[in-house]
Design a protein around this ligand. Structure first.
Ligand code: NAD
Length: 295
């Protein structure tokens, strides 16, 4: 499995494809944005003129697209990619999408003689760049075994959550929790600062106390506290508020489907939607700090 067709070269897909090239895979790439393709060809990829061209003569197809509608329209339908990919090819979709969309595409792939895993990721842009992503996989043992060398070239941890769609369910649960942790951390930091505390001192106290969490460890939302965090570069790049709103929408849909109470996730979604409406949709999700800041 040496030849890879990679579709979707954005904040995540671009660096993931570069890590495959560094690991010795031959990678043919396509994105709707020509400059993203050019960045990859400079790193050693072969540019394809279309998604269809990118998946010719490959062993594996990887997609990293924004949302369910992009994945469904890429693969399904008469003009969809499934009918253009050679039988026996493995598909790895790493986009975060609705579990039912994943199952729809995986069923259609099977009907075309293709195997597919959903392999959404955690770890952000830094994880994609550093090859330290966590892959959360849904699909068969055999398909995961075939995918493993590629996933290992792009990430550090691989979890098998269950059958098709299970990777998406686990990812959605994780991101709902992340949104609650991030907004709670921002709220607590603001309370401390408004009461005269230094945000760095408070962060260190909470990090080492019972409030310690991932945001305080590696992704502090308060500007200036953590040099490497998006907060210290005006929340540029990273994981966009709009994508978090999408994931929280997926969580709410799954909660409705199964009659699950998700009051914390629901509140976090309302906060993020209001924050997005305030003009922060295209910056990192830790910018929720600004929601709590006074002028
Ligand atoms: P992005 O918007 O930066 O990249 C998506 C890319 O897909 C864009 O370059 C776009 O041009 C391309 N694209 C869309 N439709 C296409 C098509 N039909 N053919 C070819 N290219 C197409 O998004 P991202 O930040 O890279 O995120 C991708 C996925 O990963 C999303 O589902 C997101 O939720 C998930 N994710 C993102 C992060 C993060 O920190 N950014 C972390 C974990 C998971």
């Amino acid at each position: 499995m040496k030849n890879v067709g990679f579709i979707g070269l954005g904040n995540m897909g671009g660096p993931m494809a570069i890590n495959l090239i560094k690991a010795g895979f031959s990678v043919s790439v396509f994105d709707l944005v020509p400059t993203s393709v050019e960045r990859l060809t400079a790193a050693g990829a072969q540019a394809a003129a279309s998604a269809e061209a990118a998946v010719q003569n490959v062993d594996v197809v990887i997609s990293m697209l924004p949302a369910s509608k992009h994945v469904e329209s890429l693969y399904l339908g008469e003009a969809g990619l499934l009918s253009k990919i050679a039988p026996g090819t493995l598909i790895i979709d790493s986009s975060t999408i609705a579990p039912e969309s994943t199952r729809k595409v995986a069923d259609a792939a099977k009907a075309h003689g293709l195997s597919m895993i959903d392999a959404p990721v955690s770890g952000g842009v830094a994880g994609a760049q550093g090859g330290t992503l966590t892959f959360i996989v849904g699909g068969s043992d055999t398909a995961l075994a075939d995918a493993r060398p590629l996933l290992e070239a792009m990430g550090q941890n691989i979890f098998h959550a269950g059958d098709a769609g299970a990777g998406q369910v686990a990812k959605i649960c994780n991101n709902m929790l992340l949104s609650v942790l991030m907004s709670g951390t921002a709220e607590a930091l603001q309370l401390g600062v408004n009461n005269g505390l230094d945000p760095s001192v408070l962060s260190e106290i909470m990090r080492k106390s019972s409030g310690g969490n991932w945001a305080l460890e590696v992704y502090n939302p308060f500007p200036g506290v953590m040099e490497t965090a998006p907060a210290s570069r005006d929340y540029e790049g990273g994981f966009l508020v709009d994508l978090m709103i999408k994931d929280l929408g997926l969580a709410m849909a799954s909660a409705l489907d199964t009659g699950t109470a998700t009051p914390m996730g629901s509140l976090a979604r309302s906060l993020y939607v209001a924050h997005g409406d305030n003009g922060f949709g295209q910056v990192d999700f830790s910018s929720i700090q600004k929601f709590f800041q006074r002028d």
